[in-house]
Design a protein around this ligand. Structure first.
Ligand code: BGC
Length: 748
């Protein structure tokens, strides 16, 4: 009896205390000068001041957003964080159906429902967005191998976000390209964690330099769209650390990213949004992340687990992190106040740091300015990869070439980007045909033929007679032209968020078209617009020239013309291996998974690591790309030859432009751990530099390597370990074109 009444008394006291907490500070006047409103005070002081004034209800209210905004607090003057999708530019869906209808469909807009099972996603894909500058997609940005340029892209996107009154970009996407089918490969940077890290850091620094929060996504191991909302990705700790986490770690530790988005999938059986190992142990404790974790849209599945695991804000609404579900958990002590406070601190820290409380809305300004467009064009031009130029057909020379056939389903259409939340609708977009016509002027005769219909854009309804006519028209044009360009590849309905690619082949009809043109005109140049590897048999051996233009954003057509006409020597390099057949892929046999799980059984051997280990000849290797120039590598030196633990290693070499034109080269440095007690890849990219050299010019390129270039992750020690022994340094123009080698000794 005594016990019972004591318990009753205690709970009455607890409820009374809780009620007092809820209403604390409610009557306080904050209209005058209070500390948190003073931008001159240190951020941490402002946070504590504001936190002390918030009621528990107000705090809980901030743990979920609405649509694309966090919840503001009118009483205390806490603004909303206004978010926009990326990463190809600022994507803001038009909110109102009537406005949407007035604006018409977007360039390359996918059909309704392309997003698969998530109904809100199919809605989003249907809705056109506000026109903004469309930059090349993630993989294309990585193909530039130019972090300085990517930082400029990030800056420009941040600038546009500010003009449009957005405070946070849901970008970049740094997930590793594992299986070539991955629907969002186009959005991601690379198969290689080091390249992805360099791109992520540059892009994030650019965005955040404009006072806009960047969001690195999707944490972690969201590498396929197949069952992305439910699948459990299984991999071991070393693989997670060495392949799938480095770009996130670099985003946090090097770029100081303010937001991390948790992924839809599970990792080793636990949802990423309620994964304490990922969100608290690694991200917040080990990496010291000071910002906040935002859920992917509808990726939350629980209240208590999610709150305790380290997720800070649920989007796009509070299905689980709401007052009804959370307040009782707090009052019963299951969820700690301190945990809630930590979440608010994290959001406020980002908001104060970017100056959100002092921010005046812009009343709009120019979007897609000539300067912004120039950045998009530079990125598109530098992303283009010349894959084959066996007969020197490129660059076009007006002396030899007078007539050009522009053929293909991607010739007259601007393939700006892939589909889904990354799809940006530009104000204008140049198709390859536009770009070529503009550049050619009256000096060349330009003819155009579609050649074949595009899948999901009428191909299904085209009769076999109509298809034969389309090919015939293209063949006749090619027969009477000096050069035939065949523009093929995918569209945003084929490569998109929400589903993986059905096939690695080019869409139906395109192989046949290329073969027919190649038989007719020996100067056939195939130009791809794809966001991921496609199979190129049999035509790759029948044509002399192949170019990959990716999904190059709004300037893709002009950028292609820059390269085809030789105004710019191509300097893009593959950030992902192009394979000859599916069975060559490291994911073969371990994709897409079954019974709700996918095992990453290839382990560390993703991308070129697999092709090297298995000694498989890729169609085109990682890091590969030709130019109109030749470059000579010489004088590779490493100092010191014997390296003490934690001592940096200096590597230098000379690179000479031995070709006839000015141009850029991408010098790549790979490391091979020769003596190791654990299995290690044959080589791993650890440094690179894009340099621009005048014809005849020589430049010394220097790199500093530290322990991170030598270490592997040891799960037993829970640390990175660089074992003593010989390390080989391999420098070259691609992962399969190593020009110089040397080595050093790491001493015990
Ligand atoms: C995507 C995210 C995106 C979010 C908001 C989700 O479907 O996975 O990358 O930022 O939608 O549009």
């Amino acid at each position: 009896m005594m016990m019972k009444s004591c318990r009753l008394h205690c709970s009455i006291v607890a409820v009374a205390l809780f009620a007092a907490l809820l209403s604390a500070a409610r009557s306080e006047d904050v209209s005058g000068p209070v500390s948190y409103k003073d931008p001159k005070l240190p951020v941490e002081q402002r946070i504590e001041d504001l936190l002390g004034r918030m009621t528990l209800e107000e705090k809980v209210n901030m743990l979920s957003g609405t649509g694309f905004e966090s919840r503001p607090n009118a009483r205390l003057g806490i603004p909303a964080i206004r978010m926009a999708d990326g990463p190809q530019g600022v994507r803001i869906p038009l909110p109102h159906p009537r406005r949407a209808a007035r604006a018409g469909g977007g360039t390359n807009a996918p059909s309704a429902g392309a997003g698969g099972s998530l109904s809100w996603l199919s809605g989003m894909l249907r809705d056109p967005s506000i026109p903004t500058t469309a930059f090349p997609s993630g993989v294309a940005l990585a193909a530039t191998w130019n972090p300085d340029l990517i930082e400029r892209v990030g800056r420009t996107i941040g600038e546009e976000a500010r003009t449009l009154n957005k405070d946070m970009m849901l970008a970049p996407c740094v997930n590793i390209q594992r299986a070539p089918q991955g629907g969002r490969n186009f959005e991601s940077y690379s198969e290689d964690p080091y390249l992805a890290s360099r791109m992520a850091v540059a892009y994030i620094k650019g965005i955040q330099s404009q006072g806009v929060i960047a969001t690195v996504k999707h944490f972690a191991a969201n590498n396929q769209e197949f069952e992305r909302g439910t699948i459990s990705v299984k991999m071991d700790e070393r693989v997670l650390r060495e392949i799938y986490l480095p770009a996130f770690r670099a985003a946090v530790c090097e770029a100081g990213v303010w937001s991390v988005m948790s992924a839809y999938n599970k990792l080793n059986g636990t949802w990423c949004s309620e994964n304490p190992y990922l969100l608290t142990e690694i991200l917040k404790k080990e990496w010291g992340f000071k910002g906040f974790v935002v859920s992917d849209w509808s990726a939350v599945h629980s209240t208590l687990e999610t709150v305790n695991a380290g997720l800070d804000i649920e989007m796009p609404k509070g299905e689980f992190l709401n007052r009804e579900l959370l307040l009782p958990l707090i009052s019963s002590g299951k969820a700690q106040q301190a945990v809630i406070d930590d979440k608010i601190r994290r959001m406020l820290r980002a908001m104060f740091t970017i100056g959100l409380f002092e921010r005046q809305d812009s009343d709009g300004g120019p979007i897609d300015t000539p300067e912004q467009r120039a950045v998009a064009r530079a990125a598109a031009t530098q992303s283009i990869v010349l894959l084959k130029n066996a007969d020197g057909v490129l660059p076009l020379t007006p002396r030899k070439v007078h007539s050009i056939a522009v053929i293909g389903p991607n010739a007259g259409a601007a393939r700006v980007g892939g589909g889904g939340s990354a799809m940006v609708r530009p104000i204008y977009a140049a198709s390859p045909l536009d770009g070529i016509r503009l550049r050619a002027g009256t000096r060349f005769r330009i003819g155009y033929a579609q050649g074949c219909a595009m899948e999901e854009e009428g191909a299904e309804k085209t009769t076999s007679e109509a298809s034969a006519d389309l090919i015939q028209e293209a063949v006749s044009l090619a027969a009477t032209s000096d050069v035939a360009f065949v523009f093929v590849g995918d569209s945003s309905r084929i490569e998109s968020e929400g589903f993986d690619r059905k096939s690695l082949e080019l869409p139906p009809g395109q192989n046949e078209l290329i073969e027919a043109i190649a038989k007719t005109n020996k100067n056939t140049v195939v130009v791809l617009a794809v966001g991921a590897p496609v199979l190129m048999k049999p035509w790759v051996d029948q044509v002399s020239t192949v170019v990959n233009g990716w999904f190059g954003g709004e300037e893709a057509g002009n950028a292609i013309a820059d390269v085809l006409f030789g105004d710019v020597s191509p300097s893009g390099r593959l950030p992902v291996t192009f394979l000859k057949e599916w069975k060559d892929s490291p994911a073969y046999g371990h994709y897409p998974g079954e019974n709700g799980a996918v095992g990453y059984d290839e382990g560390l051997y993703v991308g070129y690591r697999h092709f090297d280990k298995q000694n498989i000849e890729p169609q085109f290797p990682f890091g590969y790309g030709l130019s109109y120039n030749t470059f000579e590598y010489s004088d590779l030196k490493v100092t010191p030859g014997k390296v003490a633990p934690n001592q940096p290693v200096q590597v230098s070499l000379n690179v000479r432009n031995s070709g006839p034109r000015d141009g850029a080269e991408v010098v790549q440095l790979y490391v091979h751990d020769v003596q190791s007690t654990v299995d290690r890849p044959v080589k791993e990219l650890k440094a690179f530099r894009k340099i621009v050299l005048k014809s005849g010019q020589t430049q010394t390129v220097s790199f500093t390597l530290d322990k991170t270039a030598m270490a592997f992750y040891d799960p037993a020690k829970k640390d990175w370990v660089a074992e003593p022994g010989v390390f080989e340094i391999l420098v070259g123009a691609s992962s399969r074109d190593i020009r110089l080698k040397t080595s050093f000794d790491l001493t015990p």
